[in-house]
Design a protein around this ligand. Sequence first.
Ligand SMILES: C[S@@+](CC[C@H](N)C(=O)[O-])C[C@H]1O[C@@H](n2cnc3c(N)ncnc32)[C@H](O)[C@@H]1O
Length: 276
Amino acid sequence: MGQFQVDLSVPSAARMYDWLLDGTFNYEADRAACQELLKRAPTTKALARNNRWFLERVVHTLADKYGVRRFLDFGSGLPTQNNVHQVAQSVAPDARVVYVDNDPVVLGHGRSLLDANANTAMVAGDMRDPNSVFITPEVRRLFTDVHSVGTPKAALFISVLHCIKDVDDPAGIVHQVISRLSPGDYVVICHLVSDDRNLRESVTDLMRRETHDKWGRVREQHEVEALFEGLQVLSPGLVDVTDWRPDSELRQHQRSIEWYDYGGLAQIPFPKAVSP
Ligand SMILES: C[S@@+](CC[C@H](N)C(=O)[O-])C[C@H]1O[C@@H](n2cnc3c(N)ncnc32)[C@H](O)[C@@H]1O
């Protein structure tokens, strides 16, 4: 099967995540795989919700507090409530968002949602080759256009790098993207981790088997910390995303127990001045 063809009898990470969020863009195979996942990690629905609420908070913070007006969202997932462009444009109607995903169902639904929004686009792209994403017309028009110089930008890797195998070098992907951004721009990374080795192995095995090996692995906190090498991590640091600038007076978070998304927000540092 070609890269962007769909086989609905094989579960996909995007459609499983949609089911965990009570979405409607999923099929029998996705739902059955989620039931298997819940046997190993029963609190995974809370995990998915907490990640989504983190996405909303971090995008709102980037647009509101840091003035970000261009977002490049790798592994954007299926449309749900409060998508990146809706959160960013609620702060700044001129905010631009390019979504990148390689799941054909995501691409179809994403495009129909975005058709009417001139400041957003959906790219059929594989984040394992970031350079091919940066040369797409959508990224050139909305993200790296001439007016983008001096405009704060952000690259988002929200709950996606665990889909990438070690052999495809998640850290290398992040660094290729950083090399296309400017000092002062922002990077968001969160990643599925567990402190329990048995859980890490059991969920990784399940996801690889169910997706026909289209998945990476559950990693450890220190491996996620290494993805931030060379970046300046901003307050509150790298945390279970449930604890990232929480707005718990508005929403009661139920914590996931077996595993969680871990990460945070970072800035590309400005070069140090060289003394004469
Ligand atoms: C768990 S979802 C996360 C969605 C969204 N970022 C969020 O946090 O709500 C992971 C997404 O990454 C996408 N994905 C996985 N591997 C990818 C790749 N190599 N290139 C582009 N997208 C990928 C999947 O199709 C899926 O939509």
